[in-house]
Write a protein that binds this ligand. Structure first.
Ligand code: BGC
Length: 353
């Protein structure tokens, strides 16, 4: 069995684009520990007690800053922005003006572009060893997006084994914004095989189907009677290889579920009977994007194990993909004078069923 510990702080001390990088660690009264890096304002590790009281690192990631910079999968644990997920053809119009974005997913723009927020060194402030604020000022025109966007991401570790992530942004010109966290979780421990024995419960009646380019078609379909019906809870293995066209398009689950619940109620839970760890996700956002690591390809993680397909899953709470091009979707525009605010809570519990 792997003995998990936080990566060494020295391995995260470097200088990227003239800015020093660091590893910041937080610990709560229950013994849970997390590590964060200012490179991408990202979650590097989360050591959570399992049903035996052993600490398991449930977040996929790397042992050093250089591994993050060089990884095939760039989004591990990162704050993803300015606009997470895809914008079709890297184009959108705002107040009659066309904007062309950096394209990095076929012709689409994915996760804010190749030099998106995940590649930036954020400024930081640590308060009382339980709260970290990261700051980044994205210049007007960065990756093609209009407006200078001032963004804050704060992480808090509560004594209830909860990671609370709050996002805020303001802009000096009309723009679009959609921020999320891209942590990959494996509730059996990072690098410990795949997530196919996890059970998922998603309290959503509807989801967004995708076209062949993984762009929402614009329809909002009921989950009833489909492989997307997780309302009663089911093993992820049961349908991940389904011949269903939507699963084939994404090579697994890579879909947005409609969240109509307030942040006081979990939109979804993942659970591993093997470890006894359950992860609940709560959010203010209208969508929960479930991604089952379909395109993970052979990076070597913190404890020396390869991260392969389905080696982790992401609960990305966010507005809907491609919203700037879909008038019927909830609005993602941010005007000068407005404040963008959103929140995600990842709460860990032990279950013995
Ligand atoms: C997307 C996937 C994409 C992955 C990249 C996810 O959020 O939904 O389609 O391949 O990020 O890491």
């Amino acid at each position: 069995m792997t003995t998990y510990k936080l990566p060494s702080a020295q391995a995260f001390e470097s200088n990227i684009h003239g800015k020093n990088t660091h590893l910041i660690t937080l610990k709560n009264r229950a013994g849970m520990q997390i590590a964060l890096s200012d490179y991408g304002a990202r979650l590097v590790s989360a050591l959570v007690p399992d049903k035996h009281g052993d600490l398991i690192d449930v977040v996929l990631g790397f042992p050093s800053i250089s591994d993050y910079a060089e990884a095939k999968e760039q989004y591990h644990g990162a704050t993803v922005g300015r606009f997470c997920n895809r914008i079709a053809n890297g184009r959108f119009a705002l107040a009659g003006k066309e904007f062309a974005l950096a394209q990095n997913n076929g012709s689409n723009a994915l996760h804010g572009g190749p030099e998106g927020f995940h590649r930036k060194v954020w400024d930081r402030q640590v308060s009382f060893k339980k709260l970290v604020d990261f700051y980044y000022v994205s210049p007007d025109g960065e990756e093609g997006y209009p407006g200078e966007l001032r963004t804050t991401v704060s992480y808090e570790l509560t004594n209830e084994n909860e990671i609370i992530i709050k996002f805020r942004a303001i802009s000096n010109a009309s723009t679009v914004v959609n921020l999320t966290n891209h942590a990959y979780f494996n509730l059996n421990g990072e690098g410990n095989g795949d997530i196919l024995n996890h059970t998922f419960t998603i309290h959503a009646d509807e989801f967004l189907p995708l076209n062949e380019q993984q762009i929402p078609t614009g329809e909002i379909l009921p989950v009833e009677g489909s492989v997307f019906d997780f309302r009663e809870g089911k093993s992820i293995a049961s349908d991940i290889n389904s011949a269903e066209q939507q699963i084939q398009v994404a090579q697994g689950f890579d879909h947005t579920f409609i969240n109509k619940l307030p942040i006081s109620q979990p939109i979804a839970t993942a659970y591993s009977r093997e470890s006894g760890i359950a992860l609940e996700v709560y959010s203010t956002e209208p969508g929960l994007h479930l991604y089952t690591g379909n395109f993970l390809q052979d990076d070597t993680g913190k404890s020396g194990h390869a991260y392969l397909r389905y080696g982790g899953f992401c609960f990305e709470a966010q507005h809907y993909p491609d919203s700037p091009n879909q008038d019927a979707f909830p609005k993602v525009t941010l005007e000068p004078g407005e404040v963008f605010e959103s929140e995600i809570r990842y709460k860990f519990k032990i279950r013995k069923d």
